[in-house]
Design a protein around this ligand. Structure first.
Ligand SMILES: Cc1cc2nc3c(=O)[nH]c(=O)nc-3n(C[C@H](O)[C@H](O)[C@H](O)COP(=O)(O)OP(=O)(O)OC[C@H]3O[C@@H](n4cnc5c(N)ncnc54)[C@H](O)[C@@H]3O)c2cc1C
Length: 283
């Protein structure tokens, strides 16, 4: 594997015994790509607080053997400073050293944004409470966050998170390498020097991906959308196509000297493993 690439994989917390067993198997399989850490998402408003914590502790327990650290996501919208402090204390006590600090989106039906409005406020708070203990990752949006009034404003807001103490960033997924490269150039022009790791979303279910992409502002290029639509229920052909696409997409990122690769693994190992094997990133 390329020694310079920081590889990480993201999971969501499983809710059932079957899901937990699957996640354990997936982690075991993905160890072949030698990830620096596995991250676990956190439902904004605290909906997954316990399951996120359990999954994180499970990864952390295994880390002595695997060398793969656990990195919890922590979203701040709809929560209180006291609750965040309690989570930081628990994670610190468990030896966690990396966090993904996010705002999150207020769940429907929840009206009170709580003590934090933006991720930059959460980053400041974590630094205030815990100093340099945690390596803090934040989210970046090469295609502009959907709620931002302009790319300029979004860049200014991204910079606030770095000024508040973020160490590096992971991008929203994208399928357009130019968007990422342009974003990196703009960051450099704005004095942002932290690593910005591309977030890579394997394509499993087109309808689901299209819905999610519309909501989070990630563009599926027209040509790609049209090709994916062609497959209808021919899952095997679609999988073959998406794996070829993803392999060449990741190769292009590597050719452009990205600092790392963050895979939105969605609790599945095959697409990530196949792409990494084809690119010689694992045995
Ligand atoms: C790698 C990654 C992991 C994620 N994991 C999770 C997860 O586990 N759980 C979850 O719920 N969501 C997760 N998300 C989704 C994320 O929570 C949403 O995209 C959310 O809408 C924005 O979160 P943020 O941290 O980027 O917010 P922020 O950085 O706070 O930005 C949100 C919006 O507010 C604007 N803004 C920021 N600061 C200011 C300011 N001072 N004044 C005015 N406007 C401002 C920004 O321009 C942007 O439009 C993840 C996203 C990424 C990219």
């Amino acid at each position: 594997m390329s020694k310079d690439l920081i590889i990480s994989c993201e999971f969501f917390p499983a809710k059932t015994a079957k899901g937990i067993a699957n996640l354990s198997k997936v982690q075991h399989e993905l160890a072949a790509i030698d990830p620096a850490y596995y991250s676990v998402t956190f439902g904004a408003g605290g909906g997954t607080q316990d399951t996120t914590f359990d999954a994180v502790i499970d990864i952390q327990k295994n880390s002595l053997r695997t060398g793969i650290a656990a990195a919890p996501h922590l979203s701040c919208i709809g929560t209180t400073a006291d609750r965040v402090t309690a989570m930081l204390n628990s994670y610190q006590a468990q030896g966690i050293e990396r966090l993904i600090a996010l705002r999150g989106d207020l769940p429907s039906g929840m009206r009170d944004p709580g003590d934090f409005r933006y991720a930059s406020e959460l980053v400041s708070f974590i630094r205030q409470q815990t100093g340099d203990h945690f390596t803090i990752e934040v989210a970046a949006y090469p295609e502009v966050h959907p709620q931002a009034s302009s790319a300029r404003v979004d860049m200014d807001n991204f910079k606030r998170k770095i000024d508040a103490g973020a160490d590096s960033a992971i991008t929203q997924y994208f399928y357009n390498v130019d968007a990422y490269m342009q974003f990196i150039d703009r960051c450099q022009n704005n004095g942002i020097a932290i690593p910005i790791i591309p977030g890579i979303m394997p394509i499993n279910n087109f309808a689901q991906l299209a819905r999610f992409s519309d909501a989070c502002g990630a563009e599926i290029p027209r040509w790609l959308r049209k090709r994916l639509e062609e497959f209808y229920d021919d899952t095997a052909s679609m999988q073959a196509f998406t794996l070829d696409f993803l392999t060449s997409f990741v190769q292009t990122l590597i050719d452009n000297d990205v600092p790392g690769l963050h895979f939105y693994a969605m609790n599945r190992s095959e697409p990530v493993l196949t792409v990494c094997q084809r690119l010689g990133l694992c045995d």
